[in-house]
Design a protein around this ligand. Sequence first.
Ligand code: ATP
Ligand code: NI
Length: 324
Amino acid sequence: MVLPAADKTRRPFAEHEGEPLFEVQNMSLTFHQYHKGWQEMTSQVISDVELAIHEGEVVAVVGASGSGKSLLADAILGLLPVNAEVSGRLSFAGEPLTDGQQERLRGRDITLIPQSISALDPLMKVGKQVQHMLKGKHKQAEQEAIFQTMGLSRDAGKCYPFELSGGMARRVLIAAALASDASLMIADEPTPGLDEAALTDVTANIRKLADVGKGVMFVTHDIMTALSVADKIAVFYAGETVEIANVQDFQGNGENVRHPYTRALWNALPQQTFTPIAGSQPLPDEKPAGCAFAPRCPLASEICWQTSPPSKTQHGGMVRCFHA
Ligand SMILES: Nc1ncnc2c1ncn2[C@@H]1O[C@H](COP(=O)(O)OP(=O)(O)OP(=O)(O)O)[C@@H](O)[C@H]1O
Ligand code: NI
């Protein structure tokens, strides 16, 4: 298969070997719950996740519903519920990302591109809303310049959110992210329910954020959308990163992807052979002792049932599979 648009600006892995803007190492997330008020139950929903995002790079986080994508986004932003416990190392711009740091950086250096346009203030003209994010003296001129980059007219700035189409309101959200001066953007499923044209628009605009040097984490369950915008794809399965691939690895028939789950996702696409994967992703409390994908894997052998596969580097990417 030939990859969709936006290829020109996308970089191969080798160009991103420097210090990452953001990094997660061995991150796990456990929820503590109390049953009948006293019996503590724990549920580990993310295990040993790793991920790095460099400046100028879009990293798509792809995986089925319940695989832990939103929780990872919330963990980065410091927005988890109080009964969630995170272990491992998160770092931003070379510094450990502690709770205090997260609070200080959120909305300034690390910004969320929300899923819903209801995040806009209904009672304020959208131009003003974007100007509020700016620090310089010439706020209006700067806002208009950002609007122009986003394909929004001068007049659009004078509108209230309800006067804009859904597609335009989404552009305003991205314009606000651009104005925020943040270097890391987290977009959690910003595209569901969009028609084809609006989808192309949003992904192109997300690409623009990376092209001006920002790092972007783009959460989606749609692998085709991910391929249209990302440099790298991190594949999540049952709360684990099973593979981190370069977008180029998906060229052709996907013979260069490393993990059997990634290959299965790829084969399930209508553009490919449309072969569904039998079985379903285990719930956090039903995970087998070894590899979480073993029960559905055509390659599973004895060791896969017993031992959780460690991560290994393979042709410029990462994989957790004994058979890769
Ligand atoms: N507050 C919570 N307490 C306990 N378990 C939770 C809590 N929030 C989420 N989970 C569980 O954590 C797992 C991962 O959830 P998460 O929302 O990150 O999935 P997701 O990959 O974003 O899915 P989707 O594509 O549906 O948005 C799920 O099994 C979910 O049930
Ligand atoms: Ni989610």
